[in-house]
Ligand binder design. Structure first.
Ligand code: ADP
Ligand code: MG
Ligand code: ZN
Length: 502
């Protein structure tokens, strides 16, 4: 189906109510894999991080990674879930080259966490509660690379390469209950939910949750009910959507596509679909297996997981402040709008600004430097803000030098440039580059006298009342002092000496 076959979004929503289900996979940041001691370092040589267990060789035996279980419990608690007293792993049986055991170790009817919710804030500030069905532990599969085809997919490929470094990396799958009642805002809710979940996971410190690196990916289930009815329709499942924007677009596209099929008397097939970044469309994947097809059964090689209540309570007590709560608190403390806060969040600047204020800067200047000069540099260099070679402490020091009048904004930017260039701390850069506001009134006075003498015509105009012409003299003084004077003070001095009122 092409984009032209879609029902316009508003028309689709006038006739149908969307029902959505989001399944999010999060790769945990544990040092070792879920069931063996193999390293999980990114970027290793293909198949360098494998062993008999994660390669599924006969006779090998898995052992559960305790940190993986701990992370799962933390996620469950942060999502307001009940944590199981006792649960097991299950084998999900299927043959696929990227899963050499011929089953994936997962959890089926006994997840570690269930029945929770996550409150997400929409753009207009309204809070929408998304109910969580369960969060369960499983393992990632290997990675296949198909060679020779035009699309990089298996169709048309000559051969495929397999890398099992990812096989066995711990995953937590978080599944929502059907999301109803979002109406036209369903795509926005989907995006806001994934965004909030990502912040939560990062705040818990269990994963970096970088979607562009595949550390977090989302399957978008969607179906439509004719308005006024309550029975769910057949869903489609758009797999592995890997950016916030794509989650929103995939939901939107599927609403329009389902509406087109249904309103022309067609039937939706339950299938998986692929999302295409280029035009925001989805195309069919495979017809959906039923759970029976996987022949789930309890994993006989692993002992059940029975987290003690003491441990669970200890983990609960150690949970950080929830990101939404923290964001609202900071927004008030900093006195910024929802929109500004969103921009700060999108820039990845929240923690940097907090660290900068912790180091003594006031919030306004911390925000100004990170969201201004530094954001510009990060953008120019194509790196994340946090990856710039400058620390919050150094930014706070620059802010302090501006606050006490040692630097003006222009000089401060040069200091930052020096720090980024590896010239050392702000004070070292000031020293080495000789950057200091000329506040010595004697030296300033001389510079002003010289500027007046060299620009007699302009000076006359100012004496005659054209105060606006003072800018040219200020410029001359600033140039003479290599930008190291306080421009406001220079202006005062010029007017004083020419005997006019500012
Ligand atoms: P599967 O593994 O087959 O995809 P899951 O139960 O893991 O099944 O996930 C299905 C997801 O889709 C859940 O989030 C669920 O709430 C949601 N869902 C179930 N039925 C529908 C439906 N008819 N329309 C939209 N979403 C649905
Ligand atoms: Mg699914
Ligand atoms: Zn291994």
């Amino acid at each position: 189906m092409t984009v032209t076959d879609l029902v316009p979004y508003e028309d689709a929503l006038a006739a149908y109510d969307p029902v959505m289900g989001l399944e999010v996979h999060v790769e945990l940041g544990t040092k070792t894999k879920m069931f063996c001691g193999c390293a999980t370092t990114l970027g290793a040589e293909p198949n360098a991080q494998t062993c008999p267990t994660c390669l599924g060789l006969p006779g090998s035996l898995p052992v559960v990674n305790a940190t993986g279980v701990e992370s799962a419990i933390k996620i469950g608690l942060a999502l307001n879930c009940t944590i199981a007293d006792w649960c097991r792993f299950a084998r999900k049986n299927y043959f696929y080259p990227d899963m050499p055991k011929n089953f994936q170790t997962s959890q089926y009817d006994e997840p570690i966490a269930f029945d929770g919710y996550l409150d997400v804030q929409l753009e207009d500030g309204e809070v929408f509660r998304v109910h969580i069905e369960r969060a369960h532990m499983e393992e990632d599969t290997g990675k296949s690379t198909h060679i020779g085809g035009a699309t990089g997919r298996i169709h048309g490929a000559r051969h495929s390469l397999l890398d099992y470094n990812r096989a066995g990396i711990p995953l937590i799958e978080i599944v929502t209950k059907p999301i109803v009642g979002a109406g036209e805002r369903a795509p926005e809710v989907a995006k806001a939910y994934v965004a909030e979940l990502r912040e939560l996971i990062k705040a818990l410190g269990v994963s970096e949750a970088r979607m562009e690196m595949g550390q977090m990916r989302c399957d978008v289930n969607l179906s439509l009910m004719p308005k006024g009815t309550e029975e769910f329709g057949t869903r489609s499942e758009t797999k592995n959507v890997n950016s916030l924007r794509s989650v929103e677009r995939a939901a939107r596209f599927e609403i329009q596509r389902h509406a087109a099929v249904l309103s022309s008397g067609g039937k939706i097939v339950q299938e998986t679909r692929h999302f295409h970044e280029d035009d925001g469309s989805t195309t069919p994947g495979r017809i959906k297996e039923e759970a029976e097809d996987y022949r789930y059964f309890p994993e006989p090689d692993l002992v059940p997981v029975a987290p003690s209540r003491e441990w669970v309570e200890e983990l609960r007590a150690g949970l950080p402040e929830l990101p939404r709560v923290r964001r609202n608190r900071l927004r008030e403390e900093w006195g910024v709008s929802e929109l500004d806060m969103q921009a700060i969040l999108n820039a990845g600047a929240v923690d940097l600004i907090v660290a900068t204020t912790d180091a003594g800067a006031d919030a306004a200047s911390a925000r100004k430097w990170w969201m201004g000069e530094l954001a510009r540099r990060a953008n120019e260099d194509g790196v994340e803000l946090g990856a710039l070679p400058i620390t919050p402490e150094q930014v706070a020091r620059v802010a302090a030098l501006v606050a006490d009048g040692s630097l003006n904004d222009k000089l401060a930017r040069q200091v930052i440039e020096g720090v980024l260039a590896g010239e050392g701390d702000p004070d070292t850069v000031v020293e080495k580059r000789g950057l200091k506001v000329v506040s010595d009134e004697g030296a300033l006075g001389t510079a002003v006298d010289e500027a007046i003498a060299a620009n007699a015509a302009i000076a006359d105009k100012i004496r005659g009342g054209k105060v606006a012409a003072a800018g040219a003299l200020v410029g001359a003084v600033m140039k003479a002092t290599r930008g190291q004077a306080d421009a406001a003070r220079v202006r005062e001095l010029i007017l004083e000496k020419l005997g006019v009122e500012g």
